[in-house]
Design a protein around this ligand. Structure first.
Ligand SMILES: [Zn+2]
Length: 369
């Protein structure tokens, strides 16, 4: 079968070629263009259509670097299928703003909305962030069969690659949690038992193939205002992943690259064996630990990525930077593995301390050695 030229974002990409362009959304008050960068790899042969997207939250830019590196390792002439890559889905949130927690922001600084709470967006009577979601959905995501959505540990924390598969609960529960006055429920009409079983099996396959040492399996109500939730109810298989953080290049970035290539191998789009860690586990409980107090955070020795901690073990302390008073002893709430841990010393109440995978909630494991 002859492959077709892809026309999107003002570019034409022939089969076996790669192209770069921008999805046009609009202009700000002073006529700054709102545009979303896009890379397209149009494979020479037929195969799945995949969207790789990062930086819905601009204070988590490491996914963009993982995707840049991963796609440089792919020759479109050897690729089966199509890759749409949106490495910087929420550009202004990368470029502007910041806090103690991170440079960049979680929300779009132009209208203060979270691009991961407005799907599938809208163009009429929509906020700018909703219009951005609409453009991404209508021009790119609605063409795709699979989505991988990249987040990271923010500027405050580093983070191992970790897959956060969100499966559909057996009772097909849907619970929309929207920012005020935005978004919509979307069309969740097809959640038959067969659809749920098929979707969940595909998500699980992608999560295991991604190849992170820890997978957090969730089967809680679907939120269709989130990009992954909207894909779930729209026939697009989504996988949320996190990798890297602290705005720094470290070993987690190359691991994230291998995980990304693993997904493409799993889907049959490129050749090669999966690159997997010696052991993988899947857990049902995963603690995103935040501080109660603000101050300076001083971490204990040995609290590194991948460290095994026992319930009650001291991870670090929040102290008063003036009086040295210990305001908070941050202790592991479970027996677990450190997936992400704080790098930054100044901390506000609610700042990230660590992600801890609860090993007592393990529901699956695999030895790959
Ligand atoms: Zn995020």
């Amino acid at each position: 079968m002859t492959r077709e030229t892809i026309n999107v974002a003002g570019i034409s990409v022939e089969p076996g070629q790669r192209g770069y362009g921008y999805l046009h959304v609009g202009y700000l008050a002073a006529r700054t263009e709102v545009r979303i960068p896009l890379q397209v790899l149009n494979g020479a042969a037929d195969g799945p259509v995949v969207c790789l997207e990062a930086t819905l939250h601009g204070w988590e830019p490491m996914g963009a670097e993982i995707l840049r590196r991963a796609l440089q390792r792919i020759d479109p002439a050897q690729l089966r299928g199509t890759i749409y890559c949106l490495p910087l889905a929420n550009p202004f949130s990368v470029e502007f703003g910041g806090s103690v927690e991170s440079t960049g922001t979680r929300v779009n600084p132009a209208d203060l909305l979270d691009l991961n709470r407005v799907w599938p967006g809208k163009i009429v009577n929509g906020w700018l962030t909703e219009q951005m979601a609409y453009v991404i959905w209508s021009e790119v995501l609605s063409r795709c069969q699979y989505l991988v959505d990249y987040h990271d540990g923010t500027g405050a924390c580093d983070e191992l690659p970790v897959a956060f598969p969100h499966a559909i609960p057996e009772d097909a529960a849907i619970e929309s949690s929207l920012a005020d006055g935005v978004g919509g429920l979307g069309g969740a009409t097809r959640l038959t038992p067969e659809y749920i079983a098929d979707m969940n099996a595909k998500i699980r396959g992608m999560a295991e193939a991604f190849g992170s040492s820890v997978i957090w399996w969730r089967q809680t109500p679907v939120n269709p205002a989130m990009i992954s939730g909207h894909c779930l109810v729209s026939g697009i298989v989504p996988l949320v992943v996190e990798a890297g953080g602290g705005g720094q290049i470290d070993f987690t970035i190359e691991q994230g690259v291998e995980c990304t290539l693993n997904i493409l191998k799993h889907l049959g789009m490129i050749d090669g064996d999966l690159v997997l860690p010696k052991r993988q586990i899947m857990v049902e409980r995963y603690i995103v630990y935040r501080s109660l107090h603000g101050g300076f955070y001083l971490q204990e020795d040995g609290i590194v990525l991948g460290a095994e901690v026992r319930q009650g073990q001291l991870l670090g302390r929040v102290i008063d930077p003036l009086t040295s008073e210990v305001l908070e002893e941050c202790r592991a709430p479970v027996n677990g593995i450190i997936i992400s841990r704080r790098l930054k010393m100044p901390i506000n109440p609610g700042g990230y301390i660590a992600h801890i995978a609860d090993v007592d909630s393990m529901i699956w494991s695999r030895d790959n050695s």
